[in-house]
Design a protein around this ligand. Structure first.
Ligand code: COA
Ligand code: AMP
Length: 635
C-alpha cells in the first residue's frame, strides 16, 4: 500500500540531486541550472544554482501559452461583500502585467522590496505575482497586525513601495487599514517613497499628497510589464513570523527551489491534477496563503479559490460546503480551528447535508495540532479522508504528511503521518543524540533542507544560524517537540520555544511579555498559552505589580489587554490578564511557565523540585479561578 511513498522517500534520501532535478523538469527555466545542490558554503544549501526562471511566468504566462488561457485561474468568493468573481488565466495575466507595469513605473526593479498590507481581494494575489514578475521581493503583512508590528517589518524589509487596501472586512466591522499604515510609517525609521491605495467601497482612505497614489488610476496609466528572469537563488518573498522575542524573523523563500517543491507537492502530497479546483481557506498574510492560495495551485495550472470570510457567521457554518459545491472544489486545506468553529455551530453536520459535495475528495488540516475529535467529526460528516499534515512558515510546504499522490497510508490519529520526501526528520535529545522510537525529544531535520525551505533570514545570516542551525549541528531545529513511532509516524506534541498557536496563527508570548512589561505599574510578567476549545490556545497574562501600586486590578488588566491589541494587534486574541503576588521561579530564577500553564489548564503536574516557593502555585490557582481558568483542582 505504501510502496510508492517508500520508494520516493528512499530516492529523495539516497540521491537528493537526482530526485529534485527530476521534479525541476516540471518548471519552465529561462536558463537551466548548473548545479542542482550547492553545498560549497556549509551549512548553507543552495538549490538549482546557475538556473534562471520567473515564478510569475510559471504561475501565469506559461498556462496562457500552454492552452489554459480561458480556464479559471482565480475565483474570488467574498460573502462579506456579497461578491463572486472569476478571472481566467488570460485575465490574470493581463491584470498582473498591468500591476507590474505600475510598480515598474514607480521605480521597482529586480531585488527591490514591495510590502503589501492588503485584505483578501484579488488585487492582493495579483500584486504578489506582479512583484514576482519584476523579480522584486514581496512581503505581505497580515491585516490583523497593529501599526507597531507593521513598522518593524517596514524597517526590516525597507520597501520601495507599499501597497495597501483601504480596509479589511471582519464580520460586523470594517477595519480601516490606511490609518494603520499611516501610523506605522510615522513610527518607522524607513520611509517608503510610494504608497498605492486600493480604495474599496466600504471605506475611502485619505491620500497623502506626494506619497500616496490611487491604485486604479495608477494601474490605468501603466503599460503592461514582462517577466524578468531571476536566479533560482534570488528571493521571491520575505514572510515575517514570530520568533522568540518581539522582533519577528524575516523568513526568505527563493524562486527556484520554491517553485519546484510547490509544484511537486500539488500532485504528490495533495493528489491534485492541473485544471482542478483547489481551495486553501487561509489568509494570504500567512505561509499557507502564500504557498497554497497563490503559488502552488497556480504553478500547477489549477483554479484557486480566494475566500474573504470566516468558516462561521458569514453567513452560517455552511459557507465552506456552499463554496465546495458551487465552485466544484476537489480539495480543501484549512486549520483545525476552522473545523472546531463549524463543529461548535453545527454539531450534527446539518449544513453539510444541504450541499452536494460530489467533486470533493479530501480535507487537509495544518497549522496547529489536529485533535482527533475534530478529525473524526469531519471524517464522519464528510465521508472523505481528513489529512493532518505538519509544516512551518520556514519550510513553506509540508514536512510530514500522508502523501496522497504517492498512495494513501494508514491514518494514525494524532500523527501527521510520515516525513515528506526530501525531509530527513529525526528526534534527538538536547545533546543531539537520537531518541528511541516513541521517546519525546526535539524534532530536527538533517541538513540540507529540501528545495523550497528558507535559505536564510532576510539580511540576517547570523540570526538564521543562531535560530535554526546552532543548537543541533548538522540539523535544522524545527522548535517542535515530539516523537517518531516504531512505524516511522511523526507526532508533534508542543513547541520548545515560547511560540503559541492561536487559531492557527503563530504568536510569540515573549513579544506579548515585552508589551506588558512596558506598563508603568508592572514589575514582572509572564504570558502563557492556555487551552481553548475553539482556538486551540489563547494567551493569558500573569502580572506582578510594582510595590506601592494600589489601583484597582481590573483597571490595570483592562489597560494591559488594550495595550496588546494596540501594539501587536487583534490577531493576538489577548483577552485575559490577572494580577498575582509573585511569579513561580526555580531557585536559579527561571520562570516556571509550563507549570503555570498546567495550573491554568487544570492538568496534573508535579511540583518542580527546584521551585523556590511552592505555596505561590496555590495563590496562582486561586487568581486564575477568579477569571475562569484552573477549573478543576490540579493533582
Ligand atoms: N484584519 C483585521 N483584523 C483581523 C483580521 C484581519 N485580516 N483577521 C482577524 N482579525 C481580528 C478579528 O476580527 C478578531 O478581532 P476581535 O478580537 O475584535 O474579535 C481578532 O483579530 C482575532 O481573530 P481570529 O483569530 O480570526 O478570531 P475570530 O474570533 O474572529 O474567528 C475563527 C475565529 C475560528 C472563525 C477564525 O480564527 C478562523 O477562521 N480560523 C481559521 C484558521 C486560519 O485560517 N488560520 C490560518 C492559518 S492556516
Ligand atoms: P506556522 O509557521 O505559522 O505555520 O506555524 C508552524 C508551527 O505550527 C509548527 O512549528 C507547529 O508547532 C505548528 N503546526 C503546524 N502544523 C501542525 C500539525 N499538523 N500538527 C501539530 N502542530 C502543527
Amino acid at each position: 500500500m505504501s510502496g510508492r511513498y517508500d520508494e520516493a522517500y528512499a530516492w529523495s534520501m539516497r540521491d537528493p540531486e537526482g530526485f529534485w532535478a527530476a521534479a525541476a523538469k516540471d518548471i519552465d527555466w529561462f536558463k537551466p541550472w548548473e548545479k542542482v545542490l550547492d553545498l560549497s558554503e556549509p551549512p548553507y544549501a543552495r538549490w538549482f544554482v546557475g538556473g534562471e526562471l520567473n515564478t510569475c511566468y510559471n504561475a501565469v504566462d506559461r498556462h496562457v501559452a500552454g492552452g489554459r488561457a480561458d480556464q479559471a485561474a482565480l475565483i474570488y468568493d467574498s460573502p462579506v461583500t456579497d461578491t463572486i468573481k472569476t478571472f481566467t488565466y488570460r485575465e490574470l495575466q493581463d491584470q498582473v502585467a498591468r500591476i507590474a507595469g505600475m510598480l515598474k513605473g514607480f521605480g521597482v526593479e529586480k531585488g527591490d522590496r514591495v510590502l503589501l498590507y492588503m485584505p483578501m481581494v484579488p488585487e492582493t494575489v495579483m500584486a504578489m505575482l506582479a512583484t514576482a514578475r519584476l523579480g522584486a521581493v514581496h512581503s505581505v503583512v497580515f491585516g490583523g497586525f497593529a501599526p507597531n508590528e507593521l513598522a518593524t517589518r517596514i524597517n526590516d524589509a525597507k520597501p520601495k513601495v507599499v501597497l495597501c487596501g483601504s480596509c479589511g472586512i471582519e464580520p460586523g466591522r470594517v477595519v480601516a487599514y490606511k490609518p494603520l499604515l499611516d501610523a506605522a510609517i510615522e513610527q518607522a525609521a524607513h520611509k517608503p517613497g510610494v504608497c498605492v491605495v486600493l480604495q474599496r467601497p466600504q471605506a475611502q482612505a485619505a491620500l497623502i499628497a506626494g506619497r500616496d497614489h490611487d491604485w486604479n488610476e495608477a494601474v490605468a496609466r501603466a503599460k503592461p510589464a514582462d517577466c524578468v528572469p531571476v536566479k533560482a537563488t534570488d528571493p521571491l518573498f520575505i514572510l515575517y513570523t514570530s520568533g522568540t522575542t518581539g522582533i519577528p524573523k524575516g523568513v526568505v523563500h527563493d524562486n527556484g527551489g520554491h517553485a519546484v517543491a510547490l509544484k511537486w507537492s500539488m500532485k504528490n502530497v495533495y493528489d491534485i491534477d492541473p485544471g482542478e479546483v483547489y481551495w486553501s481557506a487561509s489568509d494570504v498574510g500567512w505561509a499557507v496563503g502564500h504557498s497554497y492560495i497563490v503559488y502552488a495551485p497556480l504553478l500547477h495550472g489549477c483554479t484557486t479559490v480566494l475566500f474573504e470570510g470566516k468558516p462561521v457567521g458569514t453567513p452560517d457554518p455552511g459557507v465552506f460546503w456552499r463554496i465546495i459545491e458551487q465552485h466544484k472544489v476537489v480539495s480543501l486545506f484549512t486549520a483545525p480551528t476552522a473545523f472546531r468553529a463549524i463543529k461548535r455551530d453545527d454539531p450534527k453536520g446539518e449544513y453539510i447535508k444541504k450541499y452536494r459535495l460530489d467533486h470533493f475528495r479530501t480535507l487537509f488540516l495544518a497549522g496547529e495540532r489536529a485533535d482527533p475529535d475534530t478529525i473524526q467529526w469531519a471524517e464522519r460528516h464528510l465521508g472523505r479522508p481528513v489529512i493532518d499534515h505538519w509544516w512551518q512558515t520556514e519550510t513553506g510546504w509540508p514536512m510530514a504528511a500522508n502523501c496522497l499522490g504517492l498512495g494513501m497510508q494508514k491514518v494514525k490519529y494524532g500523527s501527521p503521518t510520515k516525513p515528506v520526501p526530501g525531509y530527513d526528520v529525526r528526534v534527538v535529545d538536547e545533546n543531539c543524540h537520537p531518541m528511541k522510537p516513541g521517546e519525546i525529544g526535539a524534532i530536527v531535520v538533517r541538513l540540507p533542507l529540501p528545495p523550497g525551505c528558507l535559505p536564510t533570514l532576510w539580511q540576517n545570516d547570523a540570526g538564521f544560524l543562531s535560530s535554526y542551525l546552532k543548537d543541533f549541528p548538522g540539523y535544522y531545529k524545527t522548535a517542535d517537540a515530539g516523537f517518531i513511532d516504531e512505524d516511522g509516524y511523526v507526532y508533534i506534541m508542543s513547541r520548545t520555544d515560547d511560540i503559541i498557536n492561536v487559531a492557527g496563527h503563530r504568536l510569540s508570548t515573549g513579544g506579548m511579555e515585552e508589551v506588558l512589561s512596558a506598563h508603568p505599574d508592572v514589575a514582572e510578567c509572564a504570558v502563557i498559552g492556555v487551552a481553548d476549545a475553539l482556538k486551540g490556545q489563547v494567551p493569558l497574562g500573569l502580572v506582578v505589580l510594582k510595590s506601592g501600586v494600589n489601583r484597582p486590578h481590573g483597571e490595570i488588566t483592562r489597560e494591559l489587554v488594550a495595550m496588546v491589541r494596540e501594539r501587536i494587534g487583534p490577531v493576538a486574541s489577548f483577552k485575559h490578564a490577572t494580577v498575582i503576588q509573585r511569579l513561580p521561579k526555580t531557585r536559579s530564577g527561571k520562570v516556571l511557565r509550563s507549570t503555570m500553564r498546567k495550573v491554568a489548564d487544570a492538568e496534573p503536574f508535579k511540583v518542580p523540585a527546584t521551585i523556590d516557593d511552592p505555596v505561590i502555585l496555590d495563590e496562582i490557582r486561586a487568581a486564575l479561578q477568579e477569571i475562569g481558568y484552573a477549573g478543576i483542582a490540579a493533582g
